[in-house]
Ligand binder design. Sequence first.
Ligand SMILES: *[C@@H]1O[C@H](CO)[C@@H](O)[C@H](O)[C@H]1NC(C)=O
Ligand SMILES: *[C@@H]1O[C@H](CO)[C@@H](O)[C@H](O)[C@H]1NC(C)=O
Ligand SMILES: *[C@@H]1O[C@H](CO)[C@@H](O)[C@H](O)[C@H]1NC(C)=O
Ligand SMILES: *[C@H]1O[C@@H](CO)[C@H](O)[C@@H](O)[C@@H]1NC(C)=O
Length: 578
Amino acid sequence: MELFWTRISQALPFILVFLSVSTIRVTNVEGSHVLDLEYQSVLAVTVKQDHRTRFHFQPRRNWINGPMFYNGIYHLFYQYNPFGAVWGNIVWGHSVSTDLINWKQLKPALTPSKPFDKYGCWSGSATILPGNKPIILYTGVVDESQRTEVQNYAIPANLSDPYLQDWIKPNDNPIIVADPGVNTTAFRDPTTAWMGRDGRWRTVIGSRRSHRGIAYLYKSKDFKKWVKAKHPLHSAPKTGNWECPDFFPVPVQGTNGLDVSLVEKSDVKCVLKVSLDTTRYDYYTIGKYYPKNDRYMPDSNFVDGMNGLRLDYGNFYASKTFFDQRKKRRILWGWTNESDTRMDDVEKGWAGIQSLPRKVWLDPSGKQLLQWPIEELETLRGHKVHLKSQKLKKGNLVEVKGITPAQADVEVVFSFPSLDKAEPFNPSWAKFDAQELCSRKGSTVEGGLGPFGILTLASKNLEEFTPVFFRIFKMKNNFKVLLCSDASRSSLKKELYKPSFAGFVDVDLSSKKLSLRSLIDHSVVESFGQGGKVCITSRVYPTLAVFNDAHLFAFNNGTEAISVETLDAWSMKQPLIY
Ligand SMILES: *[C@@H]1O[C@H](CO)[C@@H](O)[C@H](O)[C@H]1NC(C)=O
Ligand SMILES: *[C@@H]1O[C@H](CO)[C@@H](O)[C@H](O)[C@H]1NC(C)=O
Ligand SMILES: *[C@@H]1O[C@H](CO)[C@@H](O)[C@H](O)[C@H]1NC(C)=O
Ligand SMILES: *[C@H]1O[C@@H](CO)[C@H](O)[C@@H](O)[C@@H]1NC(C)=O
């Protein structure tokens, strides 16, 4: 469920510690995950390579779902099952990197061992205390039947060890237990803490009361004794359990990031992200934090819950950001789960990857966040092909040859001569969300302006393909732009989850251009529409379009001819992730 970051500042050689698998423990405690007692401790003997991603982070094997970062070295902590490819036996996996691209896996940072975490070391966050001392706040599960969740802390055993391999869980834990009235089985995932101007530390914990989602605020003078604030930081009715809250400031102008301690500044906006257990997606609002009464209020044009903005309209959950001191940016990372079956996962020997790390900042309009893959990823770009001014009439396909389409980075700018042929938006569709609309208006359904876009992971004769495309609808006074990443034809294999993920892009079409970037990595297509306004991550498992048999095309199935103004595609190199 989550990510926690910090960073360390001097780059030193890595030490790799192999994990001992001799002490298999089975825990029957369940968070929001389906339990699979049969497979949660089946260790992968071989790791299947067909759909294994190459430049997305994943451990060597088994199940993961989430990351952290500290001091010149990036630390990634993630919920990890060292013993199987399904959820269970959850520990804090720990990997380190100096560039966010190449990773080495260390031994787990936290494993269940003490009365206060015996049944699970669940998500949490890292905070750097004054004196450059990292501390982890995490959720421990203390009993099996009630599944009582408490908040604990852990500190590095040796601050001189640049990898912070050993962590101590002191015996004065837990430091936060649920107050009366707080649901003890929905009380988890403490955020990175920050110190207010009043000198008190604050952390936010996800919860629910009946159907109301809640972000409780806890305060402390010494980081040990915590008191629940009078009001939650924020809450919203009919949104269900809030998991993995993330709260951070963004400057009103520019693309830089800010440390979380600046939430109180008057010239910043604040972002509250929550992972909704009900829908299993990550939603956010943008607003202000009012230090006087310790509350966050979304600006009036934002909605809490399922109808709100999403960080990603595809497989993306339990995300977390951290402030990267080194480059003064805020980086977002989410957990991207599998869309195949649990049996497939057991057979593959692994399940779950991290999305690509993305820089996040406020759109100049203030209406949303923008996201873009961190610039370091461009160092993986190898051989390049370039197309320009390629006209595509209805039904035209152009193949992008000369790169490795199963492992590639593609940037395209499409242009169109006019908006006249955009299909009128039927008012009866207003009840559909973007995903539903995309499932009805897929790439094979002829349109006026669009569908146009790219076909990723396509087999030679198009038995399989994952199209990422735009479709433009005419409304009464404006236009509606849909970006789809449609897995419905991605694989001949039947028993897969193949959603038609989609989002609406808030864009001014006066330039008559739309842009798209997709990063393709064997079983994942991660797309960024219009400079990161809409991001969609799809997991797909082609049977024919694998390795050198995968193809990449640009296409148009709308009656209006469009033009591929420029298309740049690169083969992507494989970093060291082990
Ligand atoms: C702490 O880490 C440093 C650097 O790796 C090492 O030299 C030292 O021996 C460690 N101290 C202990 C007590 O392990
Ligand atoms: C407490 O949380 C659990 C887990 O989300 C939920 O099943 C239960 O209904 C909640 N109880 C109340 C009173 O809201
Ligand atoms: C374009 O539409 C035709 C007709 O429906 C269909 O056969 C073809 O597969 C479509 N192309 C794409 C890329 O979906
Ligand atoms: C990822 O897997 C798919 C298919 O099994 C489920 O439908 C999603 O709910 C799941 N996502 C998360 C965040 O668990």
